[in-house]
Write a protein that binds this ligand. Structure first.
Ligand code: AMP
Ligand code: MG
Length: 351
């Protein structure tokens, strides 16, 4: 299969061009498209055979359910059995945006979407190209991140091609994703609601509207027999570049930097090519190593936006080990640290 690239200006969408992608979706093909979080790999959510192709192209385990994307809030009624009061409030205040709500599913949702669960995850993306594409197709669109399963999610059309060229019908290219990390997943079928995955919308933003929520323990903690994630997808290896990632934690940034330099030195002596995932504030300290600044500590959104693309960049540079600083794990930082801890397979060193 030749993967076709459709390039669009998100601020001035060429509807005719985008219609080609919408038609492909209607015909049961799989199409990658930009959202504000990451690039998604979409298929008609009501067509099991189409959805099946997503799992095949990504190599995604079949017990990992998919998020269904819609362009109008009204569509939720058709996809769910009921809309809890708190879900309605969040839909009103935070949609469109990077917030996925898990609700009781209606009978139109095929088994393959929910991996047999009685609930369905629904999101209304904010990205104008994503919304227009879904609207033009006139169907709910199932879309996980458009990467090979286990690898860092894709935030540009080039990343999508790097992973899936030849395996998917089309990719709609509208530049980089703004948020850079996936949506926040909140289970609103329970009281209080439970945060299953931190993401583009922070716990504080949610609690402002619906009061306290619970946070699934596996978000930062290790998964074991006592600590089983409530979201099936969270148990898998995720976001992993080819290089081994080690996270250095510690309250004191200076100590983190010293520890990284110590580890960098010992790894270099072993003949390894060392990459350092630094921040604007510290990058100068790591001269002599492949160093990339992931963003500004005072603006954690900048770190979220570039984390995945930088993990991919380290692979392009052929490093064997990535030594990464950590950030404060609150609000946006919770989503950043969740992805980093998983990318590192929980390999954390304390400074
Ligand atoms: P991805 O599409 O790769 O960004 O991942 C979607 C995330 O949503 C995974 O962590 C899934 O486990 C989670 N998810 C999707 N549907 C459900 C559901 N019905 N209940 C709980 N988690 C879900
Ligand atoms: Mg994913």
């Amino acid at each position: 299969m030749n993967t076709r690239v459709i390039k669009l200006d998100p601020l001035n969408i060429d509807i005719q061009k985008l219609s080609v992608a919408a038609e492909a979706l209607k015909l049961g093909k799989i199409v990658a498209f930009p959202t504000e979080t990451v690039y998604g790999l979409g298929a008609n959510a009501l067509n099991s055979a189409a959805v099946e192709q997503i799992f095949k192209a990504k190599g995604r385990p079949s017990d990992n359910p998919l998020i269904v994307h819609i362009a109008d809030k009204d569509k939720v009624k058709e996809l769910t059995e009921s809309i809890p009061e708190k879900a309605a409030v969040l839909m009103d205040k935070l949609w469109p945006g990077p917030l996925t709500l898990v609700m009781k599913k209606s009978s139109v949702i095929p088994q393959i979407i929910t991996a047999g669960l009685e609930t369905v995850a629904v999101r209304m993306p904010e990205h104008p190209v994503a919304r227009e594409l879904i609207r033009l197709a006139g169907i709910p669109v199932a879309a996980p991140s458009a990467n090979v399963s286990g690898k860092p999610s894709t935030t540009t059309a080039q990343h999508v091609l790097d992973d899936l060229d030849g395996k998917i019908e089309m990719v709609v290219d509208a530049g980089s994703s703004r948020v850079g990390l996936e949506s926040t997943v909140l289970d609103v079928t329970v009281e209080p609601p439970v945060l299953l995955r931190p993401g583009g919308v922070t716990p504080g933003q949610i609690e402002k509207y619906i009061g306290p929520i619970d946070i699934d323990k596996t978000i930062l903690g290790k998964i074991n027999s006592e600590n089983i994630p409530k979201s099936p997808g969270m148990k898998y290896t995720h976001y992993s570049p080819k290089a081994h990632v080690v996270i250095v934690k510690g309250e004191d940034l200076k100590k983190q930097t010293e520890k990284i330099l110590e580890l960098a030195d010992s790894n270099k002596k072993e003949g390894k090519k060392v990459g350092v995932c630094a921040t604007l504030q510290t990058q100068e300290a790591y001269r002599g190593y492949e160093t990339i600044s992931v963003g500004d500590r005072n603006k954690p959104e900048t770190i979220a936006a570039s984390l995945f693309s930088i993990l991919r960049e380290f692979d392009d540079r052929g490093v064997d080990i990535i030594l990464a600083e950590s950030v404060d794990d609150h609000e946006v930082g919770l989503a950043i640290m969740n992805r980093m801890v998983k990318a590192a397979g929980y390999d954390i060193v304390y400074a």
